[in-house]
Ligand binder design. Structure first.
Ligand SMILES: *Cc1c(COP(=O)(O)O)cnc(C)c1O
Length: 851
């Protein structure tokens, strides 16, 4: 019998007038951090809310008309609706809170470029940490009312959806997004038509459509090449996040880097600060130079003018992770762009040169085209300074301009609502405005332990429910038995969440060593054998589909989860996304992270855990190197970097086992008569009190504002005024210095004293051969430290002053009269480097001579 073809039609409800603003709530990503807004939608139809993946826009299209009609008569619902709208309106009307600190002016605009943005699970244009960080950056910028616009790509296929089959194999499924379902809309021109811009690419012009999303006060522009007027190949450029081959990648980076500034220009937006978040967007430097060249500025001056208000953040701790392209690809794609820059092929390629490698390196381009550079934690800042040292060849990496701003997480997004309500009750609503006030958070102590613990337990129950739901779904789909499922869940009981639960969830990249816990199964078995003190491990995460070793980790964990002695003690849940992340970081007892030092640039999931009172058990790497204080979690002190991988894994896993058996498990089970461990609660409170005020995105963006955005905006204006006079001056000066520097040398002309009395002043004198430079073009200085303690960061600096020209030799004499402030044996060195008032960083030229 034939039933014929099935056709589909979607019948959309008419939103009742009384509820009209639901549509506004559904298209402003404010919902991604305002839980009451999401709850409002969920209440209308909880099942549908889950079925549409917490996507409010899609939800409003699919919901049954009758539910909306009923809601209009439901006084309780209406009251909630009004409350949500009132909070929404307050947020959008509230003027900027004065912070006492200077901030950006209204005429300023920060344009923030990133390849991915992780705002909410309903908006899948992110894959992991980088995207979530960018999302949090935008949210904080909105909270702070910064003049801020973000720019990214709108992928037809965001990151994949993960299932795990009965062999433990990850199955990646990509879904085509219908942009009607996403919280985006086309940007329109004054005449109502859609805004399209053209981007030159390998001799052709690609049309790019500009969409926008609203994140509170902030606009996020998203570029899309899937247009009929483009060739099928070009339509594919924005098809998939991190998909395709090297050609896809460079095309995507060109669309973002060249198309982004064009879209901003077409919209009449004139950024005064440009932030390149990871090297993917570095081509924007070229497009901005091109625009200035078109206005008649020479290349070198244009580069200075562009770089001075550009900020570059690197997130990669290994040289191989920095994006790079073969030279012939660069030539192919920039064929008709090159003449507009007025550069020779060699000069162009030199912009991306790094460590004399043949490839064009995006990090090198980003650094050459920016004057503010940072890594994302103290440790990562140091690592990056070393990786990028060749860009300032004569400078010690400890002093070069690579700085750091430690990441933070958006507290309203990741702090569970239950905690926020408890804080309202015991700290008062003001905590929301004192998010970065370290001393304020000691007040956490005032929360009674039992209330604190009951909030934690309630979040743990909710988490267990979600994990059970996911695993049950996956197990039954894979034809597993109900009896086996019950065995797996024996320690995951939402009604009795009293088993110590340790979470590990993140991308399954090999450096994160997801299976370190299983390094010595006998030892682990022993630790888990105590029936009185059970432990449950929950794993989740995705491996990139091209990453075979990463997928092998998933298989191994899956295998261990089904080994008889580990059944019920190790769980692996599929489909890690922002929703599950929020639940896990708030709902487990301990958050485990054990990467290979120093490969965790920052890591942010541990911050999310820490602010929810979940204790970190982590390698002292990335942010935890700064966060750990001895009382707010546990540190796995990493084995030395030069040790081979096999021994490092042995060492680090041994440390992990010892911490588990000697500290973590005993502390958790030191329960008093009320059923919890007071010492554990104390540690959890310390975790919130010490981590929330330091690792929140408000602190992070505040640092970007004061250290980079503000100086960049000011210097940008200063360089641009009077037809870029200062940019020209600096560029010409740099050229003169570069040409002369090879002939610059220092010579000591005084007789060094070997011993003086404290308080005595000594005169030091050097003769400098300046090779045509003026004495004002250089700084001559002494660096002094205690003997044998030479570290450039700890040195005292003393400047020489110019004294006279030596009439015989033509050398410039510099003198320093100094009474050392230190006593004892001292070491000192003398050096010279170029100096100019317009430099952003004193050592940005990378030139230095030592005596
Ligand atoms: C926070 C977060 C990450 C980043 O976690 P790390 O441990 O820093 O790698 C990745 N994915 C999701 C969904 C997150 O919420």
């Amino acid at each position: 019998m034939s039933n014929g073809h099935t056709f589909t039609i979607e019948v959309n409800p008419k939103i009742p007038r009384r509820l009209a603003r639901l549509e506004e709530l559904a298209t402003n990503l404010w919902y991604s951090w305002d839980r009451p807004t999401r709850t409002l939608f969920a209440r209308l139809h909880p099942g549908l809310w889950d079925a549409v993946g917490h996507n409010p826009k899609l939800f409003l299209r699919r919901i049954d008309e009758q539910r909306l009609v009923d809601a209009v008569d439901d006084q309780v619902f209406l009251a909630t609706y009004n409350r949500v709208l009132s909070a929404y309106d307050t947020y959008h009307a509230e003027p900027m809170r004065p912070t006492g600190q200077e901030t950006l002016r209204e005429q300023d605009l920060v344009a923030y470029f990133c390849f991915e943005f992780g705002l909410h699970e309903s908006f899948p244009i992110y894959s992991g940490g980088l995207g979530i960080l960018a999302g949090d950056h935008c949210k904080a910028a909105s909270d702070m009312r910064l003049p801020f616009v973000a720019v990214g790509l709108l992928y037809r296929q965001g990151y994949f959806t993960q299932t795990i089959n009965s062999e433990g194999q990850q199955v990646a499924t990509y879904y085509d997004a219908d942009f009607d379902d996403l919280p985006v809309q086309p940007v329109r021109q004054d005449d109502g038509s859609e805004l399209h811009v053209k981007v030159p690419l390998a001799g052709r012009q690609v049309a790019v459509k500009v969409w926008e999303a609203t994140i509170g006060h902030v606009r996020l522009l998203l570029l899309d090449t899937d247009l009929e007027e483009n060739t099928p190949e070009d339509r594919d450029i924005t098809h998939q996040l991190y998909g395709g081959d090297r050609h896809t990648r460079i095309r995507q980076e060109i669309i973002l880097g060249i198309g982004g500034p064009r879209a901003l220009t077409a919209m009449g937006l004139k950024p005064t600060v440009w932030h390149i978040n990871e090297g993917h967007a570095a081509f924007l430097i070229l497009e901005r130079i091109r625009m200035l060249r078109a206005g008649g500025l020479d290349f070198a001056s244009a580069l200075e003018a562009v770089a001075v208000n550009t900020v570059f953040t690197t997130h990669t701790p290994v040289p191989a992770g920095h994006d790079h392209f073969a030279q012939d690809m660069i030539e192919t794609y920039f064929r008709d762009f090159l003449p507009e820059l007025g550069l020779s092929r060699e000069e162009f390629i030199a912009l991306g040169r790094k460590d004399d490698a043949p490839d064009f390196n995006m990090t090198a381009l980003a650094i050459r085209g920016s004057r503010h550079h940072n890594g994302v934690s103290r440790i990562h800042g140091e690592v990056s300074a070393r990786i990028c040292a060749d860009l300032w060849p004569q400078i010690d990496p400890a002093e070069n301009p690579m700085s750091y701003v430690t990441n933070g997480v958006h507290v309203p997004t990741f702090l569970a609502l239950e905690w926020a309500e408890l804080f309202d009750q015991f700290l008062g609503y003001e905590w929301r405005h004192r998010m970065s006030d370290v001393s304020y958070w000691a007040k956490i102590d005032q929360i009674p332990d039992h209330l604190f613990w009951s909030v934690h337990q309630s979040l743990k129950s909710q988490m267990l429910q979600l994990v059970r739901h996911r695993i049950a779904h996956q197990h039954l789909r894979n034809h597993g038995s109900q009896a086996h499922l019950d065995r797996m869940f024996r320690h995951a009981d939402p009604a009795n969440p009293n088993v110590l639960t340790i979470g590990f969830a993140r991308r399954f990249a090999t450096y994160k060593r997801a299976t370190l816990l299983f390094e010595n199964l006998d030892w682990l078995r022993e630790i888990l054998a105590d029936g009185e003190r059970p432990v449950l491990f929950i794993f989740a995460g995705k491996a990139h589909p091209a990453d075979q070793p990463g997928q092998e980790l998933i298989r191994q964990i899956y295998h261990i989860m089904h080994m008889p002695e580990f059944v019920g003690k190790v769980l692996l849940a599929e489909g890690y996304d922002l929703n599950m992340a929020r639940r896990l970081v708030a709902g487990v007892d301990v958050w485990l992270n054990n990467p290979i030092y120093p490969l965790e640039a920052s890591g942010t999931s541990g911050m999310k855990a820490g602010i929810n009172g979940v204790l970190n058990l982590s390698v002292l790497d990335g942010w935890w190197g700064e966060g750990y204080d001895g009382k707010n979690g546990w540190a796995i002190k990493p084995a030395p970097e030069n040790m081979d991988e096999y021994r490092r894994n042995k060492e680090d896993s041994q440390t992990l086992y010892e911490l588990l058996q000697d500290q973590v498990i005993p502390l958790y089970y030191k329960r008093d008569k009320f059923g919890y461990s007071p010492e554990w609660v104390k540690m959890a409170k310390t975790s919130i009190a010490t981590l929330l005020p330091r690792f929140n995105s408000g602190r992070m963006v505040g640092e970007y504002v004061s250290r980079f955005y503000l100086p960049a905006a000011k210097a940008g204006r200063r360089y641009a005024e009077s037809g870029f006079a200062n940019a020209r001056t600096l560029a010409a000066w740099k050229e003169r210095v570069r040409a002369a520097w090879g002939g610059v040398a220092l010579r000591r002309v005084d007789t060094p004293k070997r011993r003086i009395r404290f308080g005595d002043e000594v005169r030091f004198e050097v003769a400098a051969r300046l090779n045509g430079l003026d004495p004002a073009d250089v700084v001559v200085e002494m660096l002094m430290t205690r003997a044998n303690k030479y570290h450039i960061k700890d040195a005292h600096h003393y400047r020489f002053s110019f004294d006279r020209v030596d009439s015989e030799t033509g050398e410039h004499r510099f003198v320093l009269d100094l009474a050392p402030s230190l006593c004892g044996r001292l070491d000192y060195r003398i050096r010279a480097y170029p100096a100019h008032a317009l430099l952003t960083h004193p050592l940005e030229m990378g030139l230095m001579v030592w005596l």
